[in-house]
Write a protein that binds this ligand. Structure first.
Ligand SMILES: O=C(O)[C@H](O)[C@@H](O)[C@H](O)[C@H](O)COP(=O)(O)O
Length: 234
């Protein structure tokens, strides 16, 4: 049984997005005030588009904010399933157009071949990450830590000290590049952003055991190093 994280529940996505975007903006600006720069790691998928739209309008020093993705599908940045594409369209606009964004996809043919170059390109990305926004799939994955992936790839993503690794899910399309668990937990604040009853059920199931390979989101929930706040709306 996992000790439950801070859990904030909202009646609708609008209310959640208002409050979460405010919290993230405050966290980023505090980091800039203290250290002169801030780092933000965001997730792709469908859930965060509305949140990104609100966040992009916050009056903070975006030119001091470094942004990257928690994981990426190995498709071109123009592809409609590219997380970078979504971030460019929904987050890097309005005031946030001034942020410094670095995507995870490069010109190598596969994620496996491209990991070393992306790792090099992120060498100067400020860490610990100030704010990390994670999503969760209905199979209990977060980032690209898929329970359906080859056991050794999942084991690497969860246990390596490397920043990034490649994962080929069996039940989701595209090879992925993903930050490792050690990289994600090297953060000041993690937000888990969930919408809908089905995600709530998955979240509750995740809290019922600490068998990480079965539901890799547990790697984030069953730890005490990094604060995790869960924002859920119906
Ligand atoms: O590239 C991805 O798919 C993600 O970064 C992934 O970890 C995502 O956050 C979850 O799969 C939830 O996705 P939805 O928001 O679409 O439900």
């Amino acid at each position: 049984m996992i000790k439950e994280a801070v859990f904030k529940s909202f009646d609708n996505t609008e209310a959640l997005e208002q409050q979460l975007s405010d919290r993230i903006a405050v966290g980023l600006q505090e980091a800039i005030d203290k250290r002169g720069e801030a780092s933000l790691v965001v997730s792709g998928g469908r859930t965060p588009a509305g949140l990104f739209e609100k966040l992009s309008q916050k009056p903070i020093d975006w030119s001091e904010v470094f942004i990257t993705l928690a994981d990426e599908r190995w498709v071109d940045p123009e592809h409609h399933d590219s997380n970078e594409n979504m971030v460019r369209n929904c987050l890097l606009q309005h005031r946030a157009a001034n942020a410094k964004f670095r995507g995870l996809k490069n010109m190598f043919a596969t994620a496996t071949a491209g990991v070393a170059m992306t790792t090099e390109q992120l060498a100067n990305f400020p860490r610990p990450f100030d704010v990390v926004i994670l999503g969760m799939g209905n199979d209990g994955h977060t980032c690209s830590w898929f329970p359906c992936a080859d056991a050794s790839q999942l084991d690497t993503a969860l246990n390596t000290e490397a920043l990034l690794c490649a994962v080929q899910p069996q039940t989701a399309p595209y090879e992925r590049i993903t930050f490792s668990r050690s990289a994600i937990l090297n953060s000041r604040q993690i937000y888990l952003h969930l919408v809908g009853e089905q995600k709530l059920d998955v979240y509750k199931k995740a809290l019922s055991s600490d068998e990480i390979s079965e539901m890799p989101i547990r790697a984030v929930l069953a730890q005490h190093k990094t604060p995790v706040d869960v924002f859920w709306s119906a």
